[in-house]
Design a protein around this ligand. Structure first.
Ligand code: 9MJ
Length: 789
């Protein structure tokens, strides 16, 4: 075979591969390789065709904009073709683009002036959203049609689906819009919405989406627009095919905005290509914090006159360029899977990968989360896998490229013994309560049962205990803890307080001063705030925020230790799983021993006190009855029973006739209640629970503490955007001082949102949900006013 034949064969192979990938991507919405792999195949094909123009055929994928309409939707002809953009992956390519454009404009500008070689050009910079390009048409200001880009000429009619996107106006606002207006932009799914959707999908036992782009594509191309409506999609406009709205691209977009069309808040006009590069660097730095995925930035020559004079080359405008970031997804090989043991004993599979550049960073490990995830991915050792690294997130395997599975791929087995200490590994159990029964199901996590006798767990537990947000003991880094554990000087966090000068000075790198400093840092950590102490204990599922709630609500470790899960369930944001995790943590004799030793060694919370008045007010007799979860006795019936019998004693004394006397209580419900109360030991258990509520001051007959409840008690606030006058931490801590909880996301339960400058999707969500919004100045005023009270 001569080399030309070899090239021709390669070209055919590349075309076939690209066509298959196009089909998977555009028609099935189920790409099997990452974009980076696709881009490589495409570039190789383009290069070979450039070198051998005689081999170009009109049906080569390089000769048309990718994508073909699917048969499921009606086809729509685009009156003005929807373009694609030229790509740049390196700075030189950007400079070349600018030079070419500016030179061309300069020469056209003044053909007689030999020195006028380049024109001055303003560029409009926009983030390049990673979603789906769509066209939306308005007639007389009313949305009449929406279409996908398809192959650029013909798209699919997705009007019904686009109409469900909340920030797409069905009618234009303001005035001055033309009789016919077509806007173009990207439909995308913000990161938060994507995470929530995948959570829902997983809970329903379905296959989650690999990334927000796929999720947006899958959502937009639904035949049932009710499904689309339930998906958190947004639209961002980046252009129009309608001419003469303004003199420049940026002012065109501003006009569209006045008519109610969303445009990117990140859009910026810069004076030259250097400004473009600075914009790229700035957005690149903020990429992880943006509420949506972007895969680069787009530069467009701003003046429409200049755009017109530059025109197009092979369906790509000469006046625009996409400067792409390093790909966030790459393909590589899974070499092996190792198991790591975490602080709570969770045995986590970690993928060892053939090193690969992802998003500009060399990646050789990725988390596999747990064995359910391994099963869901269907991944085997030796597989080609897609690795995704988004922002600061730990790299993840999102997909297996099944067609590349080798014959000798090996399955991944859960170890039966801890790889660190050899103890038994057991599957965790999840406890839910349903119909008054504990429903136990198998959890996704496997745990080493060695607890603190397992070096891995001990080391992690110690690191957590001394960390900045826990007891904040300075100078106890990973290396020192490793030594303390290896030399068997500490076997639990309590042992830290037993360390002697003689022991510390023996450790590598210690001298007199550093040994004394460490010992005094340990000694001075003995009076932490209660929330920190609870957090430091390392109870599974009890993070910093939960620890704060528990500390404020209960006022002491002792009360937390005694609390029944049912008591904990009364506290805000404590769900069944956490409540049972806490109870099982305190049911463990080893944990109790460590807590007792800490107390003997003088470690006590500095702010122990009574349960908080705010929480004491949360219990009702009706709620108590509802908590029994008796069939047919839900909220309304529980209220009827509570009103009728007033107390537990009253309820216990009720006979059949009394129960029948409760207004509108069905016979079935009455029977179920009676059966429930007659189960062995049931009354005793109820009395014990009630007794605890009384002791904790949380019982409905207790005198409500008349203490001054904090002014923002029970409220949940959200901070978003950039605050100029306060740091985030300051704002958060002042809100917490006033009794509010500060949450990371907006929901219908949010009391108030503080929106700093360039607030994004949280602000939009607050507006959608009609949650009150304060700007920073008003917020500060309110803070000061409340703090004076
Ligand atoms: C995206 N994807 O964000 C364009 N795009 O302009 C922006 N795409 C585009 N502009 C002309 N910001 C064709 C495509």
């Amino acid at each position: 075979m001569n080399s030309n034949q070899g090239i021709a064969t390669r070209i055919v192979q590349l075309r076939q591969a690209i066509e298959q990938h196009d089909y998977n991507y555009y028609v099935l919405d189920d790409p099997t390789v990452p974009d980076s792999e696709y881009d490589r195949l495409f570039s190789e094909l383009r290069e070979l065709e450039q070198q051998h123009p005689e081999l170009i055929s009109s049906d080569s994928p390089t000769q048309r904009v990718s994508g073909q309409p699917s048969a499921a939707f009606k086809q729509v002809q685009h009156q003005v073709p929807m373009l694609s953009l030229g790509n740049a992956f390196a700075e030189e390519q950007v400079l070349e683009f600018a030079q070419r454009a500016e030179q061309s404009l300069g020469t056209q500008h003044d053909r007689n002036d030999l020195f006028a070689v380049s024109a001055s050009v303003n560029y409009c910079c926009e983030p390049k959203l990673d979603g789906l390009a769509v066209s939306i048409s308005y007639e007389q200001g009313v949305l009449v049609r929406a279409a996908t880009r398809g192959d650029g000429q013909t798209g699919e009619d997705i009007t019904a689906n686009v109409r469900t996107i909340r920030n797409v106006p069905l009618k234009l606002q303001g005035q001055g819009w033309p009789a016919f207006l077509e806007v173009r932009g990207e439909v995308y799914m913000p990161k938060a919405g994507f995470a929530a959707l995948n959570q829902r999908v997983l809970e329903a036992g379905q296959k989650p989406f690999a990334n927000p782009r796929n999720a947006a594509a899958g959502s937009l191309r639904q035949l049932d627009s009710k499904i689309t409506a339930s998906r958190p999609l947004e639209f961002c406009c980046y252009g129009t095919s309608t001419e003469d709205l303004a003199e420049s691209h940026s002012s065109t977009l501003q006009r569209l905005r006045e008519w109610g069309i969303s445009i990117s808040p990140e859009m910026q006009v810069v004076e030259n290509i250097q400004g473009c590069l600075a914009y790229y660097a700035d957005i690149g730095q903020r990429r992880a914090q943006l509420p949506y995925d972007i895969d680069g930035v787009v530069f467009k020559i701003d003046a429409l006159q200049q755009q017109r004079s530059l025109g197009f080359r092979a369906r790509e405008p000469r006046w625009a360029l996409a400067y792409k970031f390093a790909a966030q997804e790459e393909i590589t090989e899974l070499l092996d899977v190792e198991f790591q043991v975490g602080r709570t004993g969770a045995v986590t599979p970690v993928a060892r990968l053939k090193p690969v550049h992802v998003g500009g960073v060399m990646v050789s490990n990725a988390t596999l989360h747990n064995m359910d995830e391994v099963a869901r991915l269907g991944v085997m050792i030796g597989d080609s896998v897609i690795v995704r690294r988004a922002g600061d997130v730990i790299p993840q395997i999102t997909q297996v490229v099944l067609e590349r599975r080798p014959h000798d791929a090996r399955s991944i087995e859960t170890p039966t013994q801890c790889p660190v200490c050899g103890s038994q590994v057991e599957r965790t159990q999840l406890v839910r309560r349903s119909k008054n029964k504990h429903v136990v199901s198998e959890g996704a996590v496997w745990r080493c049962m060695g607890r603190l006798s397992c070096q891995a767990q001990l080391q992690q537990a110690l690191l957590h205990f001394v960390s900045r947000r826990a007891l904040d003991i300075d100078g106890l880094g990973e290396k020192i803890i490793e030594q303390l554990v290896a030399r068997k000087l500490v076997a639990s966090p309590a042992d830290l307080y037993r360390l002697s000068y003689e022991q510390v000075i023996e450790l590598d790198g210690f001298a007199d001063l550093s040994a004394n400093n460490l010992l005094s840092a340990i000694a001075s950590s003995k009076q932490p705030r209660l929330a920190r102490l609870i957090f430091a204990l390392g109870i599974p599922d009890v993070g910093e925020e939960t620890a704060k709630v528990l500390a404020r609500a209960l006022g002491s470790v002792q009360r937390l230790q005694q609390a029944f899960p049912q008591t904990l369930l009364w506290l805000p944001e404590i769900g069944t799983e956490v409540a049972y995790e806490i109870a099982s943590f305190f049911a463990d004799s080893h944990n109790l021993a460590v807590i007792a030793q800490l107390s003997e060694l003088g470690v006590h919370a500095s702010d122990e006190g009574q349960p908080d008045a705010e929480f004491q007010a949360c219990t009702t007799f009706a709620g108590f009855i509802e908590q029994f979860q008796i069939a047919g006795v839900a909220r309304t019936n529980a209220q009827r029973l509570a009103e009728h019998f007033k107390t537990t004693a009253g309820l216990f004394a009720a006979d059949w006739l009394d129960l029948c006397g409760v207004e509108r209580l069905s016979k079935n419900a009455a029977q179920a209640l009676q059966d429930f109360l007659q189960q062995e030991g049931q009354r005793q258990r109820i009395l014990e629970l009630e007794q605890q509520l009384i002791v904790f001051g949380m019982h409905w007959t207790c005198q409500r503490a008349q203490g001054q409840a904090a002014p923002l008690a029970g409220q949940t606030w959200v901070l978003t955007g950039t605050l100029e006058l306060l740091t985030r931490d300051q704002a958060k801590s002042r809100l917490e001082q006033l009794g509010a909880k500060v949450a990371g996301s907006v929901s219908a339960k949010t009391s108030c949102v503080v929106a700093g400058s360039s607030a994004g999707s949280k602000l939009t969500k607050a507006q959608e949900l009609a949650v009150p919004v304060l700007d920073e100045a008003t917020f500060l005023e309110k803070l000061m006013q409340l703090e004076k009270q």
